[in-house]
Ligand binder design. Sequence first.
Ligand code: APR
Length: 317
Amino acid sequence: MGNNRPKKITVVGAGKYGSTAVQRLAGWDIADEVVMTDIVEGLPQGLALDMNQSRPIEGYRTLVTGINDYEATAGSDVAIITAGLPRKPGMSRMDLLAVNARIVKQVTEELVARSPEVTIIVVTNPLDQMTLLAADVSGLPRHRVMGQAGILDSARFAHFIAERLGVDVLSVRALTLGSHGDTMVPVPSQCSVRDTPLAELLPENEIDALVERTRAGGAEIVGLLRTGSAYYAPSSAAAVMARAVLNDEPYVAPVCAWLTGQYGVSDVYLGVPARLGAGGVEEILELPLTDRERHDLHEAADAVRAKVAELAELVVD
Ligand code: APR
Protein backbone atom coordinates (compact mmCIF):
# COMPACT_ATOMS: atom_id res chain seq x y z
CA MET A 1 0.00 0.00 0.00
CA GLY A 2 1.04 3.61 0.03
CA ASN A 3 0.95 3.72 -3.79
CA ASN A 4 -1.85 4.47 -6.23
CA ARG A 5 -2.75 0.88 -6.93
CA PRO A 6 -6.54 0.30 -6.65
CA LYS A 7 -7.60 -0.85 -3.20
CA LYS A 8 -9.52 -4.08 -3.19
CA ILE A 9 -11.29 -6.12 -0.53
CA THR A 10 -12.66 -9.61 -1.12
CA VAL A 11 -15.41 -11.19 0.91
CA VAL A 12 -15.89 -14.92 0.42
CA GLY A 13 -19.45 -16.05 1.11
CA ALA A 14 -22.44 -13.92 0.16
CA GLY A 15 -24.67 -15.14 2.98
CA LYS A 16 -25.99 -12.86 5.69
CA TYR A 17 -22.63 -12.23 7.31
CA GLY A 18 -20.67 -11.78 4.11
CA SER A 19 -23.15 -9.60 2.26
CA THR A 20 -23.69 -7.34 5.27
CA ALA A 21 -19.92 -6.92 5.63
CA VAL A 22 -19.72 -6.04 1.93
CA GLN A 23 -22.47 -3.46 2.29
CA ARG A 24 -20.72 -1.79 5.24
CA LEU A 25 -17.32 -1.76 3.53
CA ALA A 26 -18.72 -0.38 0.28
CA GLY A 27 -20.68 2.32 2.11
CA TRP A 28 -17.54 3.54 3.87
CA ASP A 29 -16.03 4.30 0.46
CA ILE A 30 -12.54 3.21 1.50
CA ALA A 31 -11.84 0.80 -1.37
CA ASP A 32 -12.09 1.04 -5.13
CA GLU A 33 -13.74 -2.35 -5.30
CA VAL A 34 -15.25 -4.93 -2.98
CA VAL A 35 -15.46 -8.38 -4.54
CA MET A 36 -18.01 -10.82 -3.18
CA THR A 37 -17.77 -14.47 -4.21
CA ASP A 38 -20.07 -17.40 -3.45
CA ILE A 39 -20.77 -20.82 -4.94
CA VAL A 40 -24.48 -20.05 -5.38
CA GLU A 41 -24.96 -18.83 -8.94
CA GLY A 42 -26.62 -15.44 -9.22
CA LEU A 43 -26.55 -14.69 -5.50
CA PRO A 44 -23.41 -12.49 -5.34
CA GLN A 45 -24.24 -10.98 -8.74
CA GLY A 46 -27.77 -10.03 -7.68
CA LEU A 47 -26.68 -8.63 -4.34
CA ALA A 48 -23.87 -6.67 -5.98
CA LEU A 49 -26.23 -5.13 -8.51
CA ASP A 50 -28.64 -4.13 -5.78
CA MET A 51 -25.86 -2.65 -3.61
CA ASN A 52 -24.33 -0.73 -6.52
CA GLN A 53 -27.66 0.92 -7.16
CA SER A 54 -27.65 2.38 -3.66
CA ARG A 55 -24.48 4.35 -4.45
CA PRO A 56 -26.18 7.40 -6.01
CA ILE A 57 -28.57 7.51 -3.04
CA GLU A 58 -25.99 7.07 -0.29
CA GLY A 59 -23.27 9.03 -2.07
CA TYR A 60 -20.34 6.62 -2.30
CA ARG A 61 -18.33 5.22 -5.21
CA THR A 62 -16.97 1.80 -4.20
CA LEU A 63 -18.00 -0.79 -6.76
CA VAL A 64 -19.21 -4.20 -5.60
CA THR A 65 -18.47 -7.11 -7.95
CA GLY A 66 -20.36 -10.37 -7.45
CA ILE A 67 -18.82 -13.55 -8.87
CA ASN A 68 -18.79 -17.35 -8.55
CA ASP A 69 -15.06 -17.79 -9.10
CA TYR A 70 -11.90 -16.03 -7.96
CA GLU A 71 -10.58 -14.21 -11.03
CA ALA A 72 -11.77 -10.76 -9.95
CA THR A 73 -10.29 -11.23 -6.47
CA ALA A 74 -6.73 -10.90 -7.86
CA GLY A 75 -4.67 -8.29 -6.07
CA SER A 76 -6.86 -8.05 -2.98
CA ASP A 77 -5.35 -6.23 -0.01
CA VAL A 78 -7.70 -7.85 2.50
CA ALA A 79 -10.06 -10.83 2.39
CA ILE A 80 -12.78 -11.87 4.82
CA ILE A 81 -13.71 -15.56 4.77
CA THR A 82 -17.32 -16.15 5.79
CA ALA A 83 -17.94 -19.18 3.56
CA GLY A 84 -19.24 -22.18 5.40
CA LEU A 85 -22.24 -24.27 6.17
CA PRO A 86 -24.39 -23.94 9.25
CA ARG A 87 -24.85 -27.02 11.44
CA LYS A 88 -27.80 -29.05 10.18
CA PRO A 89 -29.96 -31.48 12.15
CA GLY A 90 -28.18 -34.81 12.52
CA MET A 91 -24.76 -33.29 11.89
CA SER A 92 -22.22 -33.82 14.63
CA ARG A 93 -19.77 -31.11 15.62
CA MET A 94 -17.03 -33.16 13.94
CA ASP A 95 -19.08 -33.43 10.74
CA LEU A 96 -19.44 -29.67 10.67
CA LEU A 97 -15.76 -29.26 11.37
CA ALA A 98 -14.89 -31.52 8.44
CA VAL A 99 -17.25 -29.74 6.05
CA ASN A 100 -16.14 -26.22 6.92
CA ALA A 101 -12.47 -27.22 7.02
CA ARG A 102 -12.75 -28.41 3.44
CA ILE A 103 -14.43 -25.15 2.40
CA VAL A 104 -11.94 -22.90 4.21
CA LYS A 105 -8.97 -24.83 2.82
CA GLN A 106 -10.21 -24.55 -0.77
CA VAL A 107 -11.17 -20.88 -0.41
CA THR A 108 -7.81 -19.96 1.11
CA GLU A 109 -5.89 -21.67 -1.69
CA GLU A 110 -7.93 -19.84 -4.32
CA LEU A 111 -7.43 -16.49 -2.59
CA VAL A 112 -3.71 -16.70 -1.99
CA ALA A 113 -3.00 -17.98 -5.51
CA ARG A 114 -4.25 -14.64 -6.86
CA SER A 115 -3.45 -12.30 -3.97
CA PRO A 116 -0.08 -13.25 -2.48
CA GLU A 117 0.02 -10.04 -0.44
CA VAL A 118 -3.43 -10.48 1.08
CA THR A 119 -4.28 -10.27 4.78
CA ILE A 120 -6.97 -12.76 5.74
CA ILE A 121 -9.70 -12.29 8.33
CA VAL A 122 -11.50 -15.54 9.14
CA VAL A 123 -15.01 -15.62 10.58
CA THR A 124 -16.20 -19.11 9.62
CA ASN A 125 -16.91 -21.28 12.64
CA PRO A 126 -15.46 -23.08 14.48
CA LEU A 127 -13.27 -20.02 14.53
CA ASP A 128 -10.10 -21.15 16.29
CA GLN A 129 -9.65 -24.15 14.05
CA MET A 130 -10.59 -22.34 10.87
CA THR A 131 -8.16 -19.48 11.54
CA LEU A 132 -5.26 -21.86 12.11
CA LEU A 133 -6.23 -23.89 9.07
CA ALA A 134 -6.31 -20.78 6.86
CA ALA A 135 -2.91 -19.73 8.22
CA ASP A 136 -1.41 -23.16 7.54
CA VAL A 137 -2.86 -23.51 4.07
CA SER A 138 -2.06 -19.94 3.00
CA GLY A 139 1.64 -20.08 3.79
CA LEU A 140 1.34 -16.42 4.77
CA PRO A 141 3.15 -15.05 7.79
CA ARG A 142 0.90 -15.65 10.80
CA HIS A 143 0.48 -11.95 11.50
CA ARG A 144 -1.35 -11.68 8.17
CA VAL A 145 -4.02 -14.23 9.14
CA MET A 146 -6.39 -13.49 12.01
CA GLY A 147 -9.86 -14.35 13.23
CA GLN A 148 -12.78 -12.28 14.41
CA ALA A 149 -14.26 -13.01 17.83
CA GLY A 150 -13.23 -10.52 20.52
CA ILE A 151 -14.54 -7.34 18.93
CA LEU A 152 -18.00 -8.87 18.72
CA ASP A 153 -17.97 -10.33 22.23
CA SER A 154 -16.63 -7.08 23.70
CA ALA A 155 -19.33 -5.12 21.88
CA ARG A 156 -22.03 -7.44 23.20
CA PHE A 157 -20.63 -7.05 26.70
CA ALA A 158 -20.55 -3.25 26.30
CA HIS A 159 -24.14 -3.23 25.08
CA PHE A 160 -25.33 -5.26 28.08
CA ILE A 161 -23.40 -3.04 30.51
CA ALA A 162 -24.85 0.13 28.95
CA GLU A 163 -28.34 -1.32 29.03
CA ARG A 164 -28.04 -2.45 32.66
CA LEU A 165 -26.63 0.88 33.88
CA GLY A 166 -28.71 3.10 31.58
CA VAL A 167 -25.59 4.90 30.33
CA ASP A 168 -24.41 6.02 26.88
CA VAL A 169 -23.15 2.89 25.13
CA LEU A 170 -20.18 4.85 23.79
CA SER A 171 -19.03 5.67 27.33
CA VAL A 172 -18.54 1.96 28.08
CA ARG A 173 -15.21 0.22 27.67
CA ALA A 174 -15.55 -3.57 27.75
CA LEU A 175 -13.08 -6.30 26.94
CA THR A 176 -13.23 -10.03 26.39
CA LEU A 177 -10.29 -12.19 25.43
CA GLY A 178 -9.82 -15.93 24.80
CA SER A 179 -12.29 -16.96 22.18
CA HIS A 180 -15.99 -17.46 21.54
CA GLY A 181 -18.41 -19.28 23.85
CA ASP A 182 -16.98 -21.40 26.65
CA THR A 183 -13.47 -20.19 25.99
CA MET A 184 -14.41 -16.51 26.19
CA VAL A 185 -12.46 -14.73 28.91
CA PRO A 186 -14.16 -11.58 30.19
CA VAL A 187 -11.72 -9.04 31.58
CA PRO A 188 -13.67 -6.99 34.15
CA SER A 189 -10.45 -5.30 35.33
CA GLN A 190 -10.29 -3.57 31.93
CA CYS A 191 -14.00 -2.62 31.85
CA SER A 192 -15.16 0.84 32.78
CA VAL A 193 -17.77 3.50 32.25
CA ARG A 194 -16.20 6.93 31.68
CA ASP A 195 -13.05 5.73 33.48
CA THR A 196 -14.95 4.43 36.52
CA PRO A 197 -14.09 0.73 36.91
CA LEU A 198 -17.06 -1.57 36.33
CA ALA A 199 -16.45 -3.20 39.73
CA GLU A 200 -17.31 0.14 41.41
CA LEU A 201 -20.60 0.36 39.53
CA LEU A 202 -22.01 -3.16 39.82
CA PRO A 203 -21.73 -5.96 42.38
CA GLU A 204 -19.78 -9.05 41.33
CA ASN A 205 -22.86 -11.25 40.88
CA GLU A 206 -24.39 -8.72 38.46
CA ILE A 207 -21.17 -8.49 36.47
CA ASP A 208 -21.13 -12.30 36.34
CA ALA A 209 -24.70 -12.30 34.99
CA LEU A 210 -23.74 -9.87 32.21
CA VAL A 211 -20.70 -12.02 31.44
CA GLU A 212 -22.88 -15.11 31.15
CA ARG A 213 -25.29 -13.33 28.83
CA THR A 214 -22.34 -12.20 26.71
CA ARG A 215 -20.91 -15.72 26.61
CA ALA A 216 -24.24 -17.00 25.30
CA GLY A 217 -24.78 -13.88 23.16
CA GLY A 218 -24.80 -15.72 19.84
CA ALA A 219 -27.14 -18.45 21.09
CA GLU A 220 -29.62 -15.88 22.45
CA ILE A 221 -29.96 -14.39 18.97
CA VAL A 222 -30.17 -17.81 17.27
CA GLY A 223 -32.98 -18.71 19.69
CA LEU A 224 -34.94 -15.62 18.70
CA LEU A 225 -34.34 -15.82 14.96
CA ARG A 226 -34.95 -19.60 14.82
CA THR A 227 -33.22 -19.80 11.45
CA GLY A 228 -29.79 -18.34 10.90
CA SER A 229 -27.48 -16.55 13.30
CA ALA A 230 -26.43 -13.01 14.14
CA TYR A 231 -24.85 -10.95 11.41
CA TYR A 232 -25.22 -7.21 12.01
CA ALA A 233 -22.74 -6.88 14.87
CA PRO A 234 -20.53 -9.73 13.58
CA SER A 235 -20.21 -8.09 10.17
CA SER A 236 -19.42 -4.74 11.82
CA ALA A 237 -16.55 -6.43 13.64
CA ALA A 238 -15.06 -8.07 10.56
CA ALA A 239 -15.50 -4.92 8.50
CA VAL A 240 -13.67 -2.65 10.96
CA MET A 241 -10.79 -5.14 11.01
CA ALA A 242 -10.60 -5.06 7.22
CA ARG A 243 -10.75 -1.26 7.25
CA ALA A 244 -7.89 -1.05 9.75
CA VAL A 245 -5.69 -3.17 7.51
CA LEU A 246 -6.70 -1.44 4.30
CA ASN A 247 -6.25 2.07 5.72
CA ASP A 248 -3.21 1.17 7.85
CA GLU A 249 -5.12 2.86 10.68
CA PRO A 250 -3.81 1.74 13.42
CA TYR A 251 -6.67 0.18 15.37
CA VAL A 252 -6.45 -1.58 18.74
CA ALA A 253 -8.97 -4.32 19.45
CA PRO A 254 -9.17 -7.92 20.63
CA VAL A 255 -8.67 -10.30 17.72
CA CYS A 256 -7.85 -13.96 17.31
CA ALA A 257 -4.07 -13.73 16.75
CA TRP A 258 -1.08 -16.07 16.76
CA LEU A 259 0.74 -15.91 20.07
CA THR A 260 4.49 -16.19 20.38
CA GLY A 261 4.98 -15.96 24.14
CA GLN A 262 2.68 -13.03 24.98
CA TYR A 263 0.79 -13.62 28.24
CA GLY A 264 3.05 -16.67 28.66
CA VAL A 265 1.29 -18.45 25.76
CA SER A 266 2.87 -19.69 22.54
CA ASP A 267 1.91 -21.34 19.28
CA VAL A 268 -1.84 -20.93 19.43
CA TYR A 269 -4.45 -18.62 17.89
CA LEU A 270 -6.19 -16.86 20.76
CA GLY A 271 -8.22 -13.70 21.33
CA VAL A 272 -5.87 -10.99 22.60
CA PRO A 273 -5.68 -7.21 22.28
CA ALA A 274 -3.77 -6.30 19.14
CA ARG A 275 -2.83 -3.33 17.05
CA LEU A 276 -3.97 -3.78 13.45
CA GLY A 277 -2.54 -2.01 10.45
CA ALA A 278 -1.28 -2.63 6.94
CA GLY A 279 0.87 -5.50 8.21
CA GLY A 280 -2.14 -7.30 9.70
CA VAL A 281 -1.55 -7.94 13.41
CA GLU A 282 1.31 -5.49 13.95
CA GLU A 283 1.64 -5.89 17.69
CA ILE A 284 0.01 -7.87 20.48
CA LEU A 285 -0.57 -5.70 23.52
CA GLU A 286 0.06 -7.17 26.94
CA LEU A 287 -2.43 -5.62 29.33
CA PRO A 288 -1.99 -6.02 33.08
CA LEU A 289 -4.43 -8.83 33.90
CA THR A 290 -5.48 -10.04 37.32
CA ASP A 291 -4.28 -13.52 38.34
CA ARG A 292 -7.72 -14.96 37.68
CA GLU A 293 -7.98 -13.38 34.22
CA ARG A 294 -4.50 -14.65 33.32
CA HIS A 295 -5.39 -18.12 34.59
CA ASP A 296 -8.59 -18.10 32.52
CA LEU A 297 -6.66 -17.02 29.43
CA HIS A 298 -4.28 -19.96 29.89
CA GLU A 299 -7.25 -22.30 30.26
CA ALA A 300 -8.73 -20.89 27.05
CA ALA A 301 -5.42 -21.52 25.28
CA ASP A 302 -5.48 -25.15 26.47
CA ALA A 303 -9.08 -25.54 25.27
CA VAL A 304 -8.20 -24.14 21.86
CA ARG A 305 -5.20 -26.48 21.63
CA ALA A 306 -7.49 -29.45 22.33
CA LYS A 307 -9.87 -28.30 19.59
CA VAL A 308 -7.01 -27.87 17.16
CA ALA A 309 -5.91 -31.43 17.89
CA GLU A 310 -9.37 -32.55 16.69
CA LEU A 311 -8.76 -30.80 13.41
CA ALA A 312 -5.44 -32.57 12.98
CA GLU A 313 -7.30 -35.89 13.25
CA LEU A 314 -9.35 -35.06 10.19
CA VAL A 315 -7.91 -35.72 6.81
CA VAL A 316 -8.63 -32.49 4.99
CA ASP A 317 -8.21 -33.18 1.31
N1 APR B 1 -17.14 -20.96 -1.51
C1 APR B 1 -17.83 -19.80 -1.42
N2 APR B 1 -18.94 -19.66 -0.69
C2 APR B 1 -19.41 -20.74 -0.05
C3 APR B 1 -18.75 -22.00 -0.11
C4 APR B 1 -17.56 -22.08 -0.89
N3 APR B 1 -16.87 -23.22 -1.00
N4 APR B 1 -19.46 -22.89 0.63
C5 APR B 1 -20.52 -22.21 1.14
N5 APR B 1 -20.49 -20.93 0.73
C6 APR B 1 -21.44 -19.86 1.00
C7 APR B 1 -22.90 -20.31 1.00
O1 APR B 1 -23.37 -20.48 -0.30
C8 APR B 1 -23.57 -19.16 1.75
O2 APR B 1 -24.05 -18.17 0.87
O3 APR B 1 -21.25 -19.32 2.31
C9 APR B 1 -22.44 -18.58 2.63
C10 APR B 1 -22.71 -18.70 4.11
O4 APR B 1 -23.78 -17.90 4.40
P1 APR B 1 -24.89 -18.18 5.54
O5 APR B 1 -25.27 -19.63 5.51
O6 APR B 1 -25.94 -17.11 5.40
O7 APR B 1 -24.08 -17.99 6.91
P2 APR B 1 -23.70 -16.62 7.62
O8 APR B 1 -24.75 -16.27 8.60
O9 APR B 1 -23.33 -15.63 6.58
O10 APR B 1 -22.41 -17.06 8.45
C11 APR B 1 -21.21 -17.40 7.82
O11 APR B 1 -19.93 -17.00 9.82
O12 APR B 1 -20.52 -16.69 12.05
C12 APR B 1 -20.06 -17.59 11.09
O13 APR B 1 -20.86 -19.65 11.93
C13 APR B 1 -21.03 -18.72 10.93
O14 APR B 1 -19.58 -20.10 9.65
C14 APR B 1 -20.67 -19.21 9.57
C15 APR B 1 -20.22 -17.95 8.81
